[in-house]
Structures are given as C-alpha cells and as structure tokens.
Design a binder for this molecule. Structure first.
Ligand code: HSE
Length: 308
C-alpha cells in the first residue's frame, strides 16, 4: 500500500467528570486525511484545507505525532511520508481537532508500514502531538479517536488506556459556538489543588459513569455527568452555557457538559429522536445570543478512525 485515505473523527474529552481521563468518539464530525509514501525521506505536510495551520512538520500536531512514531521504528527507511489534511473540525472547538490530526497521522503511517505498532503505542505517539498544543501529552482525545467508543486513561506514566463499552442507543448533540478557546489557555486557568469534598463527588461520578456503561443504565450515566472541579472555571468563558445545559435537561437530555476544553457543549440523549429534539430547541435558544454556531447530532462511533 502506497497511500491511505482516512476519516479521523472528532472526540469529546473529559465527559464532564473525567478530566484528562475519559473520552468518547464521534461519528458524524471529523477530518479527512491522505497519507502517502514518497521517495523524499522524512515527514512532510503538503496540503491543509479548512484552516490556517502550520506546514512545518515540527509545528504541526500531525507532524510531531508522525515523528514520534518514526523515532521508535527500528528499521531504516528509504522513503518518507506526505500528509494531506482536510480539516472539518475547527481548532479550538473542544471536539478534538488536534487529536484527529495527530491520531490520523500515526494511524495512516502505521498502516503503510504494515502495522508494526499496537493501538496503545499509537495513542502514545499521538499524545506527543497533543503536547504541542496543550503543553501536556494528553491522551483523552487521541485514545477514543484511535480505539473508538468510550476510553479511560488508567494511567499516564506508563500510559495505559482502557476501552469501555458503548450503549447502543446513546446519541449526543453538540453545540459549537464559533469562538476559539485554546487548550493551553483553558488549562492555565485551572487550580492546582482541589477541594476534598468535591473530589469525593467527582471520583464517585467517574466510577458510576463507568458502571453505567457496563450495565447500560442510561439514567445513572446521565446523573454522573457532573464536573465540580473544572467546569466552574471554564464555563464562564462559554456564552449561554448555563442556559444550554438547563434547556437540554428540560428537553429530555441525560446530561450536558463542556466538550474537552470548550467552547463546545455536549448533551447526551437516549435515542436519535431525543437528540434531534434537543438539537432543535438548543438551536432556537442559541440563535438569541447572536453568536454564530454549528450544531450536530452524532451517534457514538465504536470503531474510531476508518479508511475511506
Ligand atoms: N482533557 C483536556 C482538557 C482535553 O480538558 O484540557 C483537551 O485536550
């Protein structure tokens, strides 16, 4: 194989209670990428559409992730790789834009090399790309992009990812206000220490959410979608956040929260019809803010990145 074209999906990191640990994969939102072998050695980003991102390999998350992979490849290569990125996920949206590029690059190169690396290793390489934009090799977006479904980062040192079950009828409505929030900046405002009582509630919710996925308990899943630690700091930068969360809840959503580091807001729902109804209501109320936005409904993507 000389060339591969892929769909690299958007993701929701944190899923409210699991800051830097939980994530899930989206189905209808994502970038496309082409990765091809070339005679020219090294990694070269040759095309980017949809956004104004750096072409320089070491300044682009896809390039950094690709280089992290090649550093660990123990055979000499007499060829290199060219990467084309067709962005649909806006950087600074909170739906895993950089992760889609980083994960897509390592997925594609691994395929072209006949899959020398495991999925866990690919997640580690992709997290090096994430480090470029967040100052930390976060894996909660790249893990679900590569594995699909829900994932939990069990540990960062060494990196260990668990794949969690997906409930069949789980859909999500995503509101993306067209403002950019840089991950590094939205991490810089977070406190270094947390209140013990809040921490108790938070880890109880993470445990309950994981249990809910295993037992297909939609109500328990919804009641676990609370973030007492990070959301209070970040939600103030998202216009209309409280109203969107309240409206979604009153319209039948299981629960809502900030997607990744924002500004997107997710609302999980049981069934597509419910998710579409929540979408229509949020659409109506958000128009009143005057802020341009996109709104989507997605099923949970069980497979992650796919070849197209
Ligand atoms: N867990 C990360 C954060 C997700 O919330 O900052 C963004 O990569």
């Amino acid at each position: 194989m000389k060339e591969i074209k892929i769909f690299s999906p958007g993701t929701i990191a944190n899923v409210s209670c699991g800051f830097d640990t939980l994530g899930c994969c989206l189905d209808t939102i994502g970038d496309e990428m082409i990765i091809r072998k070339t005679d020219k050695k090294g990694v070269h980003i040759t095309k980017i559409t949809g956004d104004d991102l750096p072409y320089e390999t070491r300044k682009n998350v896809a390039g950094v992730a690709a280089l992290a992979l090649l550093e660990k490849y123990d055979q000499a290569l007499d060829f290199g790789f060219e990467i084309e990125i067709f962005k649909n996920i806006k950087p600074g949206s909170g739906i895993g834009s950089s992760a889609a590029s980083a994960a897509g690059a390592v997925f594609g190169i691994n395929k072209l090399l006949n899959e020398p690396f495991t999925a866990q290793e690919l997640i580690l390489f992709a997290s090096k790309g994430e480090e470029l934009v967040s100052n930390y090799p976060i894996a909660d977006n790249v893990a679900p992009a590569l594995l699909g479904g829900f994932t939990l980062v069990k540990g960062y040192d060494p990196l260990k990812i668990l794949k969690l079950p997906v409930m069949d009828d789980l859909y999500v409505t995503i509101l993306h206000p067209q403002i950019e929030i840089k991950t590094a900046e939205s991490r810089a405002i977070l406190p270094e220490k947390v209140n013990l009582k809040d921490a108790v509630k938070q880890w109880a919710n993470v445990g309950a959410l994981v249990h809910a996925l295993h037992t297909e308990d939609y109500n328990l899943f919804g009641s676990s979608l609370h973030d007492l630690i990070v959301e209070p700091y970040r939600s103030q930068f998202i216009p209309g956040f409280d109203q969107v969360v309240k409206t979604a809840k009153n319209s039948g959503a299981l629960g809502s929260g900030i997607s990744g580091s924002g500004p997107s807001i997710f609302s999980f729902c049981k069934g597509m019809q419910q998710a579409e109804a929540v979408k229509n209501i949020i659409n109506e109320i958000y128009k009143k803010t005057g802020i341009p936005f996109h709104i989507y409904v997605s099923k949970i993507n069980r497979k992650g990145i796919r070849i197209i």
